[in-house]
Design a binder for this molecule. Structure first.
Ligand SMILES: Cc1cc2nc3c(=O)[nH]c(=O)nc-3n(C[C@H](O)[C@H](O)[C@H](O)COP(=O)(O)OP(=O)(O)OC[C@H]3O[C@@H](n4cnc5c(N)ncnc54)[C@H](O)[C@@H]3O)c2cc1C
Length: 598
């Protein structure tokens, strides 16, 4: 059985001391989340995660979802009750607009709490997670009538949402999609086609399921320019807006899969189902990206969340498991052997996970704050700068946090030796669950291409230049501070590598696109290293400031931050040089062999 404790002190340190969360109190919603309120929300969220959701994580894994002959799906025992508690606690609407029943609090607060709940039970949290994407799409692209019809129930959690993009022949390349939409002449459409791999497509947790379906309207152009997004509910609404007649859509089967067994992954069949256009005709890609961007940050958070719970369990085991003696002399001479936490190689794993998780949390929260600024700031320039940042960082958060999340689930499993490979300790579930986050919401290779192929060049490189400037200025401002030297020197070196890689891409990627494609994954990770390094340098500065002020009884906490920051700079940051070397080797060797040589 695994254990989980929400890292509240770490979250508060990042939000309050490092990112200066209270600085944004002029933005709508932020002034309501005073330090006391923030702490209370985190504590309540932690309780739900630890006491209600976490005990069901293994149940969900063992039981999975069951589809019945009539197409209905039962979720694992306890899931509905836990979801009801989530719903009754108002968690779905934490950051949703107040005019539709939400609490209007910052997305950053929602992100902080979601980390805990996803750590506790990733599969369960996917039901509300998908709903958040649907809410975001309707808030941004819905008509007034659509907002009034769908948002209150979604935000209250009585209805849940889904994203229906994928078809058997069409995953990454959505231009290939075939699902058809035929106008009825009264503003509604008849939607027909098959979608596969639809998370939370059918289940027993809500009164209605609001499917957002990408389809091609009759006569629309080929490719991505001809796709539109439709609202297609499981139950059509009656005259009073309540679920009425069953729509002609059904779950044909559910997938047997590697992990997230508690989430129903459905084949959805649409047979002239009634749907309403959301956003503009043939503007589906734009509407879908609203949903996807939100969802990509959420999936990045899944990587971090699984990494955190896997790490916590590896630490407990490493303190408990007695094997061998410390290289520097027995540390537990009264016992037959020392706990494995004394071994440097076990420390390497634990420190790697710890250093990543704490910086990953800071990066996720920083990105969430920027997303809040992009949506809520009054000043156009502030909104634009924050929007640039969020656009740039979304593929990095998604790709890097999920690649590393999986690596760390494996690393934590390794700490358990053979006991991690058997199911008893629950470590295998983390590995299986974490794996999907690298694949859905755009496989990580596609995130890397989005970063290199779209985000870097957008608006003449405005976003990336702003990021370089900010990190460079941080290093410059702290250059004279000797205590900061171990952090700023390593960060500056990483930034130089990132800038060199960017320059190499500008010079070699445009003329020969394979060079950009060959560099993309390394570039995304190089970017992630610098972003995480920047988080560590800021955390080190805040920890030093706190220690200088007297640390208020938390000296060990801040000292630990400084050691972890040093570990990151010494052991993880140097990887930027390797990434740069790979990037600048170009595509020639990679692409040299003909397909038959493989
Ligand atoms: C458990 C689960 C839940 C899911 N939930 C949902 C959901 O709720 N809604 C939904 O719509 N979909 C969902 N998906 C689908 C998921 O988003 C897709 O599987 C994913 O987008 C990849 O598509 P694909 O599987 O068709 O792979 P493909 O598109 O066939 O890609 C195969 C590989 O080729 C790479 N590749 C493809 N094109 C390129 C290119 N141009 N350049 C470089 N590399 C490329 C990809 O990175 C990938 O590694 C889910 C999938 C799973 C397994």
């Amino acid at each position: 059985m695994t254990t989980y404790k929400a890292p509240i002190q770490d979250t508060l340190f990042v939000l309050n001391d490092v990112l200066g969360y209270q600085r944004y109190s002029n933005l709508p919603g932020f002034s309501d989340a005073t330090p006391d309120v923030l702490e209370a929300i985190l504590a309540e969220g932690a309780k739900l995660a630890e006491n209600v959701m976490h005990p069901l994580n293994r149940v969900g894994d063992m039981e999975g979802c069951v589809r019945h002959d009539d197409g209905s799906v039962t979720t694992p025992k306890g899931f509905k009750d836990a979801y009801d508690q989530y719903r009754e606690g108002g968690w779905m609407g934490l950051a949703a607009p107040a005019e539709f029943g939400g609490q209007g609090l910052p997305y950053a607060v929602h992100t902080a709490v979601s980390e805990y709940m996803i750590s506790a039970n990733m599969a369960l949290m996917m039901y509300p997670g998908l709903t958040q994407g649907a809410i975001a799409a309707i808030v941004t692209h819905g008509s007034d009538e659509q907002k009034a019809t769908w948002l209150p129930k979604l935000i209250e959690g009585g209805w849940t949402g889904t994203m229906n993009l994928t078809e058997p022949h069409c995953g990454t390349d959505l231009g290939l999609l075939r699902t058809k939409a035929v106008p009825n002449g009264d503003g509604s459409y008849r939607i027909s086609g098959q979608k596969i791999f639809i998370s939370a497509g059918e289940h027993d947790m809500s009164d209605n399921i609001v499917h957002l379906v990408l389809a091609r309207a009759e006569g629309a152009p080929e490719g991505v320019k001809g796709i539109s997004l439709f609202i297609v509910p499981k139950f059509k609404l009656d005259a009073s807006g309540n679920p009425g007649e069953r729509n002609t859509l059904s779950c044909g089967s559910i997938e047997e899969k590697m992990g997230i067994h508690g989430n129903s992954t459905c084949v959805m069949n649409y047979d002239e189902a009634e749907g309403m256009l959301l956003g503009e005709l043939n503007g589906g890609l734009k509407a879908m990206f609203t949903m996807m961007n939100e969802a990509r940050l959420g999936v990045g958070l899944q990587g971090l969340s699984v990494s955190e719970i896997a790490y916590q369990n590896a630490v407990s085991y490493a303190k408990d498991r007695l094997q061998g003696r410390s290289l520097s002399g027995a540390k537990a001479p009264d016992k037959k052997a020392d706990p494995i936490i004394v071994h440097p190689d076990i420390r390497r794993s634990l420190m790697t996970m710890k250093a990543f998780n704490e910086a990953g949390r800071a990066l996720a929260l920083w990105t969430a704050i920027k997303s809040d600024v992009a949506h809520r700031a009054g000043d156009d320039k502030d909104r634009q700068a924050a929007d640039d940042y969020t656009g740039l960082m979304t593929p990095v958060v998604k790709g890097v946090l999920t690649d590393k999340g999986f690596d760390h689930a494996v690393m934590a499993q390794q700490v358990f030796g053979g006991h991690g490979y058997v199911e008893e300790h629950g470590m295998s579930q983390f590995v299986r669950d974490a794996r999907i986050a690298m694949i859905y919401e755009g496989a990580n290779g596609i995130q890397a291409l989005d970063l290199v192929g779209r985000k870097l060049a957008q608006n003449g490189g405005r976003a990336v230049q702003a990021f370089f400037k900010e990190v460079g200025e941080f290093c410059e401002e702290n250059r004279a501070d000797e205590k900061m030297a171990p952090f700023t020197k390593a960060l500056k070196k990483g930034l130089n590598d990132l800038q060199a890689a960017t320059m190499w891409l500008v010079q070699n990627g445009m003329a020969k696109p394979d060079n950009a494609g060959a560099a993309s994954t390394d570039y995304m990770h190089l970017f992630g290293l610098v972003a995480l390094g920047y988080m560590w340098a800021q955390m080190a500065r805040s920890a030093q400031a706190k220690l200088a002020e007297g640390a208020n009884g938390a000296t060990v906490f801040y000292d630990t931050k400084l050691v972890t920051a040093r570990f990151f700079m010494e052991r993880i940051m140097p990887e930027t040089a390797t990434r740069l070397a790979r990037i600048s080797s170009g595509a020639d060797t990679l692409m040299a062999l003909p397909a038959e040589a493989f």
